[in-house]
Design a protein. Sequence first.
Length: 446
Amino acid sequence: MTGILRTPNFWIDGNWKAAGHRVAASCVPDGAPEASWHGWVIPGLVNAHSHAFQRAMAGLAEHRVVRAGDARDSFWSWRETMYTLAARLDPETLHAVAAQAYVEMLEAGYTQVCEFHYLHHAPDGKPYAPPSAMSAALIGAAREAGIGLTLLPTLYMSGGFDRRPLAARQQRFAHTLDRFLDLLAELRTLQGPGLNVGIALHSLRAVPPEALHALLQSGLAAQGPLHIHIAEQAAEVDDCLAATGQRPVAWLLDHAPLDARWCLVHATHMDAAETARLARSGAVVALCPSTEANLGDGLFPFGAYLDAGGRIAIGSDSNVSISPVEELRWLEYGQRLNQCARNLAAGAQQPHTGTRLVALALAGGRQAAGLDDTPMDAALLHLDAAHVLLAERRPEEVLDSWIFAGNAALVRDVCVGGRHLVRAGQHVQREAIARRYRKALARLRA
Ligand code: ZN
């Protein structure tokens, strides 16, 4: 773990550093004393928001379903498909699906994933023995694939701002606060290299205010990242306004101590005051542009938020697509289409849009995952300098070309915590993990 990785091009703190063509790295493939990568080497990216099990339904909600009383297909019809799948998963099939998703993440350039995990119990709502069985399936899948895991066990208590009880098929998500704290305490004992345990609140509609406050006052909430889905859907904003008189982000800013430990997922629907206040809070927003586009959520106020100093991370969320390139490209293109202008994420300090996007996602992703104290070179990507898309690129053009030009996989090698997991673009266990995934899907779709 203390070998030397020789590389002519190491990107750190927003710049390429030659540094004598020698980078001291805690990550050298296979524990060798020395290795050489001749292309472009950058720290691994963080996937700040994932529900790994949803990889099994990627592409299965792309046909039109219009419910009575609903003029258009919407998020809520996608949720029906998701609930049908969620009702069939058990620890074994969850492990198989998550391992497949994590292999794909590593091949795409994500070396750490924040898993927002609410599928806790058996389909009838009874706890497994032990109650942490589904969490253990995710931990096992991450270890097998080799991706760093920030596990976010999720508190899910009610079915709406009116505190209606959870429906029958939501029972497997449900916890009392005490049972949730038991699970959290157990998972915290497992923390170590490759595993951080934070906390997720499913949403304001799923966690009543007094439970939110009691959770935040418990000793277990004193450490680790805190994530919450917020303001993803216009209907959620309307319901929050009706119940509290405030929009969701404004309510959270007024009722929770938002700071750098917090990660707000989506925050799509904010007014100007919420946008400025959230940017100043130090919290990070996990943007999931491919999922937000897929679900028709809306467009995040990216320009105003960046101008106010806001921090962002990216996530693959529903895993309909697993690609940091696609997330960052969509993030920029959504704004270009909306504003009829170009290079909107670029700034005065960093005029290269792809470079700025990668820098923002890396810093914000590490914050969201609780990795701020982890060395930048503990997880590394090696972009293929021999690929035709990177031919004759100057250093400042490399990341722009990676993010915007073509769809070819430029990630040649990935190394995490001393394990050389991706070689020549392929995960070392991709065949075995894919074979088991196919068998799991056959059971889930039977
Ligand atoms: Zn989500």
